[in-house]
Ligand binder design. Structure first.
Ligand SMILES: [Zn+2]
Ligand SMILES: [Zn+2]
Length: 287
């Protein structure tokens, strides 16, 4: 088949793919090329889209043999798309951004995720956009688990929407700590202040961030002499080591995302319990 005809087929069909950006274009071009050389009638169009961070192409053929080829090709590229950043085309993995599934490289993941910043003038910014000034807050709504916050700079009236923040964003607890207590409803003022007064030291990540048996910074649970823990880890040191190695390996890039979180103090004498040999053994188990 003439290369020129294949190219025309590819460029014409590239437009039939509903994708979020241009990062998968080369992948789609290669897939369409395989369709053309695989026996697909290039007069017929191919359609596809991004769904849950994957490249989906629902094309099929009445011809049994051709349909097997079609299936092989679409499966191959669906798998490749899950390793390719939708924005830039470099190596990526599936991520969740604002509860959307998307495939991104590390740097595009980090630029897509919200990061709360508070400057010296108490301006609250998210990804370099100023949202409000702490001094202007008139009301703060917070959920009972203290994990979601909504701030208002004018009395909430019909049509006035607050700005929401969540514990999944770096510096959320720094923001919570900085907001004047009196803007919370009277029943929530105690739980908010108690949270920061009763924090305990986390032996895993070293932050003073343990609240009600869970670390608000590393999300690990402190060791207890419970049956489940003893069965799984034997003794405390093994448990702390395993958790510390998980953070170090950072498979979900959580630590990289939270690198500049200033919500919690870090202890100066925090002990790292694992060594080279432990890490080597642990990686063998994981990968
Ligand atoms: Zn990228
Ligand atoms: Zn921790």
């Amino acid at each position: 088949m003439k290369q020129e005809l294949i190219n025309a087929f590819i460029e014409r069909n590239l437009k039939n793919f509903e994708v979020n950006s241009t990062g998968w274009n080369e992948l789609i071009r290669q897939m369409l090329f395989e369709f053309a050389v695989g026996g697909w009638n290039i007069e017929k169009d191919i359609f596809g889209k991004e769904k849950y961070g994957e490249l989906r192409c629902y094309t099929y053929s009445e011809d049994k043999e051709l349909n097997t080829i079609v299936k092989n090709i679409t499966q191959k590229y669906a798998a490749l798309s899950m390793e390719t950043c939708e924005i830039c085309g470099s190596e990526g993995k599936k991520r969740s951004v604002n509860s959307w599934e998307t495939t991104l490289c590390l740097s595009h993941y980090l630029t897509q995720k919200p990061v709360i910043e508070i400057d010296e003038e108490l301006n609250v910014r998210s990804n370099s956009k100023t949202l409000l000034n702490i001094n202007d807050i008139v009301k703060a709504d917070i959920e009972y688990d203290l994990q979601k916050l909504c701030l208002y700079t004018e009395e909430p009236a019909y049509g006035t929407e607050g700005i929401s923040f969540s514990w999944q964003e770096p510096n959320y607890y720094l923001l919570l700590k900085t907001i004047p207590l009196q803007v919370f409803s009277p029943d929530m003022q105690n739980p908010v202040s108690a949270l920061f007064e009763n924090l305990e030291h986390c032996e895993i990540c070293g932050h003073k961030a343990v609240h009600q048996r869970s670390c608000l910074r590393c999300h690990q649970e402190p060791w207890t002499e419970s049956q489940v823990f003893i069965e799984d880890y034997g003794e405390k040191t093994n448990y702390i080591k395993a958790c510390q190695m998980d953070s170090f390996i950072d498979e979900d890039d959580y630590e990289k995302y939270f690198k500049y979180d200033r919500s919690f103090e870090k202890s100066h004498d925090h002990q790292i319990l694992f060594g080279h040999h432990d890490l080597k053994e642990y990686e063998k188990l994981l990968f």
